[in-house]
Design a binder for this molecule. Structure first.
Ligand SMILES: [Zn+2]
Length: 210
C-alpha cells in the first residue's frame, strides 16, 4: 500500500510538472465533476482531474477528451498516456438533502443574463444591482425567489416599494437555479458536451442560455 501510494504521488508530481512546463495550468477550460449518482457537484481544474484519475477515484467519464497528457516511460518502455475527459464521475459520499445554491450577485446577474428585469435593458455588471422584489424593510427575504437583477436607475426609481406600489412590472419570475443550472451559472466557459449534459436537466425557468 505504501509503495503504491508513493508511486501514485510520483506520477501526480510528474503530471504537475508536465502541466507547468507547457503552461497548461493557466488554461481556463474546466472539467465537470459529478458524484457517483451522476449529479453535477463542481468544476475541476485539469490538474485536479489528473490527480483524481491517477488516484483511480474517477469511476466513469463522459464527453470528448479535453487534453492528453504524456507521462513517464514504464519498465516495458511504453509511455503512459492520460486522457482528461470533459466530465468525470467520482467516487465518494453522496450528500443527500436539498440543493441550496449560494446567492451571489455574479450568479444572480448571470441567471438574468445581465438584463434588468424591470426595464428589460442589458447592462454591464458594474451597472447592475440586486433588487429585492418585496423590500427587506417590508419583510422580503434575501433569497433567490425574491431577488432580481436591476439596473441602478430602476432600483433607485423603485426605491423601498413593491413592484405594485411602484407600478413597475417584472418581465420574468425569479427562481432558484437547480443543481444543473447553478453549475452553468458558475462557469463562463462551459464546453459543448458539458452544456449538452447540463441543459438536459434545465428547468423551464432558465431560457437565458447564451
Ligand atoms: Zn432597468
Amino acid at each position: 500500500m505504501g509503495k503504491a501510494h508513493s508511486q501514485c504521488i510520483s506520477i501526480v508530481i510528474s503530471i504537475n510538472t508536465v502541466l507547468r512546463r507547457f503552461g497548461l495550468l493557466c488554461v481556463h477550460a474546466k472539467i465537470l465533476r459529478l458524484n457517483k449518482a451522476g449529479l453535477p457537484v463542481s468544476w475541476l481544474t485539469r490538474e485536479e482531474t489528473a490527480t483524481l484519475l491517477v488516484k483511480e477515484q474517477v469511476i466513469w467519464s463522459l464527453g470528448e477528451p479535453v487534453m492528453e497528457l504524456r507521462g513517464g516511460i514504464n519498465r516495458d518502455g511504453i509511455r503512459s498516456m492520460l486522457r482528461l475527459p470533459s466530465i468525470v464521475a467520482c467516487d465518494g459520499k453522496v450528500h443527500k438533502g436539498s440543493f441550496d445554491p449560494p446567492l451571489e450577485n455574479k450568479f444572480l446577474f448571470r441567471r438574468d443574463k445581465n438584463i434588468c428585469l424591470y426595464c428589460g435593458g442589458e447592462y454591464p455588471w458594474q451597472d447592475l444591482s440586486r433588487d429585492h422584489v418585496i423590500p427587506v424593510s417590508k419583510g422580503g427575504s434575501d433569497s433567490w425567489t425574491n431577488v432580481v437583477t436591476s439596473c441602478r436607475r430602476c432600483n433607485n426609481r423603485k426605491a423601498d416599494r413593491t413592484p405594485e406600489q411602484a407600478n413597475m412590472e417584472l418581465i420574468a419570475v425569479p427562481f432558484v437555479p437547480n443543481q444543473y443550472e447553478f453549475l452553468y451559472l458558475t462557469n463562463h466557459a462551459v464546453l459543448a458536451d458539458q452544456m449538452e449534459f447540463l441543459s438536459a436537466r434545465f428547468s423551464r425557468n432558465i431560457r437565458l442560455i447564451q
